[in-house]
Design a binder for this molecule. Structure first.
Ligand SMILES: [Fe+2]
Ligand SMILES: [Fe+2]
Length: 176
């Protein structure tokens, strides 16, 4: 498998979960919580590993920077909506509306990645590189899945910074 296939596979998984989520019976609070957690466990590890492995490899070659920054921006927006959804799930207010907003935001983001960022990346990387990136991507996801909200936020900031500036931030970890 290469990185492009791995990204698309994850995208379909999270889109399927979001489709179930927006069509849920509002009274089904147990399933609602379970599904919200599942979406979190797919979305956050995907986004962090995608930034670290995929976006930053593109940035390293120094092209398509705007596209990548736009991707970061959309990750932030999606995660803000996910946090709102988690709160809405707990207090039982505005859940469906937030779920619909999250689905809309992610469908848009996924479409941009697949139609704009992946084609650019295909021009930049060899097949071997695309396979190595896939391995690194899959390896990183379970690590992120174990992290809490503060650590994943620090990770995102570190991903966005130039490596030399990100190093101190990466050592400022809650894991140790
Ligand atoms: Fe993605
Ligand atoms: Fe993304």
């Amino acid at each position: 498998m290469d990185i492009y296939q791995a990204l698309v596979k994850d995208h379909r998984k999270v889109q399927d979960l979001l489709n179930v989520l927006v069509n849920l019976d509002e009274s089904d609070s147990d399933v609602r919580k379970e599904l919200t957690d599942k979406i979190r466990d797919e979305l956050i590890p995907h986004s962090r590993a995608e930034e670290a492995v995929f976006y930053n490899s593109i940035r390293a070659i120094n092209t398509a920077q705007d596209l990548v920054w736009h991707g970061y921006e959309e990750h932030m927006q999606a995660e803000a909506l996910l946090r709102t959804l988690q709160a809405a799930e707990k207090i039982d207010v505005g859940f469906k509306k937030t779920a619909e907003k999250l689905r809309e935001a992610l469908n848009h983001h996924i479409q941009e990645e697949e139609e704009r960022i992946i084609p650019v990346a295909r021009q930049l990387f060899t097949e071997d590189e695309a396979r190595v990136m896939c391995e690194a991507f899959e390896e990183m996801k379970p690590e992120v899945r174990e992290e809490g909200i503060v650590q994943t936020t620090l990770d995102m900031i570190a991903n966005m910074m130039p490596p030399r500036l990100a190093a101190p931030l990466r050592t400022f970890t809650l894991k140790s």
